[in-house]
Structure formats: C-alpha cells, structure tokens
Write a protein that binds this ligand. Structure first.
Ligand code: FE
Length: 342
C-alpha cells in the first residue's frame, strides 16, 4: 500500500494507493492544497479513482469538487450528504474497490448526519467521528450526541483493538492511534453510559469554528469561497504597479482610462487625477455608455485592490481585453504620497 498523510494545519488528508495497480483514493482533501495533492499523485504515478469526503466539513473548505473535476474522479460521500457534486453516494456497508485495496463505508452519524468512516484491512479513517484523545463535536448543524454515542460504542469501537485510527483532524501533530488505545485512554470514551456521554457532549460549550457559514455554504453546495473567486479573477489579469501609474499620471498619458469603482462618497473624498467614476455595482449596466472604446487600456482601482480585481476580470469577460487592475489600490496610492484630486 502507498500511504501519505498530508496535514494542513489541524486537518489531515490521506492519499492511499494500491502498489500493484497504482489505483488510489484521496480522503478529505483541503481546497488550499489541491495543487500539492496533484503533485503527489503525479510524482507517485497514481491513478486517482475516488475523492472521498468523510462528511460535510464545517470548519474548512473541501478540495473534493476541484480535485474530482481536475482528475476526472467522482466525489464520494455518504448518501445523506447535501452536496450536489457528490457523484457517488454510499450506504452503510458499501465497499469501494481500488486496485487490490478495499474500503468499506461505516455510516457513523453524530458529528454530522452524513458522517462515515472508511474501514480497510488494518486501519480505519474515522473522519471527525473519533479523534486521537477526542471525538468530533455534536453541536453543529445535523450533529446529534445520541447518534454519536451509537456510532462510537455500537459500531466503530467494535472494530478489532489493533485497528489503526487515522482521524480527519489532529492539532498536536500525532499521526495515528489504535481503537484499543482510544478505548483505554480517550477521555471522552470513558463515559460509557449513554446518558453520561450525551450530557458530557452537551456541556462542552465550544466556540463556533471560524468560517463556519462560508465552509457550510461552499461544502454543501460546491460553491466557491470568496478567496477562490478573487484568486480566479486575479489569475486572468495583469496588474499595474503604483509606481507605473504615478509615472503615467505625471506624464499626462492620454491612452489610459483610470476607472474608480468605489462608491460615490469615497470617490468624491479624493481620487487619482483624471480618474472617472463607475461603481462596481453599476459596472455591467453602464459599461456601454461609460466605456465606449473596447480597445482602450482601462485600469480599475478601488480602496484595497480586491473589488478592482473583480471589476477588471468582469471587464475582460465583457470584451475589454486590455483591462487591468491597480495593485495596492487607493490605500497604497495614498500611503506612497501620490496626489489625489477631489
Ligand atoms: Fe468536521
């Protein structure tokens, strides 16, 4: 078996391959590492057959959809997953064949309703159902401490004690544990009575994970996080530096349209000399009258350089093929001591 554990902060992803056929699966990929996973897959000469999410993550962005699309591998989740991009949905007991490897789904609701563990001959990928020295929380959407109790004590913990445990999170740099070690030492598993366990889970009083809403929004629907939208827009554009713009403004360059896409109040409080005003929110509706020449060199600017990046990408899509955005925005322009007019 080829086995790589790839940590992103506290998130653990697993690349598991069959050494004779090179067929492989990737479990719980993280969106920010998609290129790196592809690098590993290429380097090891693997043929990715499935991308598996053990559950709908609420704390980070899944790379499943991106990776599945890029490598033509179906995204596998439990059948109760709300994600429309989950192309292969498993029931409890279903088995995936990956070359000579076998992965069997064990439905373990509790952390989320769609949580599943994946059981192999000597190991189990426990998602957020069982962590080293802990369990997943049961207080987020679709979580249920009663179900978590049953999933743990009536299912997962009945695996042979020597079974290796590979969780979806570890915040202390540990790679794995065993079922036996967790039964013996995991503090949460010492509450073996259902009512005691449920009471403990209900009294944890954990703070909400950062990005909860955005993670659920994107992982449940396959939509993009804002950071990805910005990165994709930026990838389609060249930028102009503050220094280059200062030279052009000073030289009275006539072939540059400086388009300030901020709101009216901000524009009127001070803008780059010669800039025209067209707020981002009205861009599509007013381009034809405000920017009659599609061959013009257009520079978009905003306060921090993010909205202007989206605006320039939109202009390119609309056929303004020389649209570019100002790196650093008005803030950078002001901080560098360049002139403003009102
Ligand atoms: Fe989770």
């Amino acid at each position: 078996m080829l086995f790589e554990q790839i940590a992103t902060g506290g998130c653990q992803s697993y690349l598991v391959g069959c050494s004779s056929t090179r067929a492989a699966v990737l479990i719980d990929p993280e969106l920010s590492r998609v290129r790196e996973y592809r690098g590993h897959i290429n380097q090891l000469g693997l043929d990715l057959r499935y991308v598996i999410d053990t559950h709908t993550h609420a704390d980070h962005f899944s790379g499943g959809r991106e990776l599945g699309k890029a490598l033509d591998a179906p995204v596998v989740m439990h059948r109760l997953s709300p994600a429309p991009h989950a192309a292969l949905r498993l029931d409890d007991g279903d088995m995936l064949i990956v070359g000579e490897l076998r992965l069997q789904a064990l439905h373990t609701p509790g952390h989320t309703r769609d949580s599943m563990c994946l059981v192999m001959s000597d190991r189990v990928f426990t998602g957020d159902t069982l962590l080293i020295g802990g369990t997943g929380r049961s207080d987020l959407p679709t979580g249920d401490p009663h179900e978590l109790y049953e999933s743990l004590f009536e299912k997962l913990l009945t695996l042979p004690p020597e079974t290796l445990v590979f969780p979806a999170h570890d915040y202390k740099g540990r790679s794995h544990s065993t079922i036996g070690a967790e039964i013996a030492d995991n503090p949460r598993l010492q509450k073996r009575d259902r009512a005691d366990f449920v009471a403990m889970m209900q009294s944890l009083d954990l703070s909400a994970p950062t990005h909860l809403t955005e993670a659920l929004r994107t992982n449940m629907t396959g939509a993009k996080p804002v950071s990805q939208l910005l990165a994709e827009a930026a990838a389609k554009l060249p930028f102009m530096s503050l220094a280059e713009l200062a030279l052009r403004v000073g030289g009275n360059s006539r072939d540059l349209v400086i388009l300030d896409v901020r709101e009216k109040d901000a524009f009127e409080a001070g803008h780059i000399p010669g800039a025209i005003h067209l707020p981002r929110g009205q861009l599509e509706l007013r381009v034809n009258s405000e920017l009659p020449d599609p061959t013009a060199k257009i520079l978009t600017c905003c306060e921090f350089g993010k909205i202007s990046t989206l605006a320039a990408a939109t202009l390119r899509e609309l056929g303004y093929l020389r649209a570019t955005a100002l790196e650093g925005g008005l803030k950078g322009w002001r901080d560098a001591g360049h002139p403003l007019t009102v």
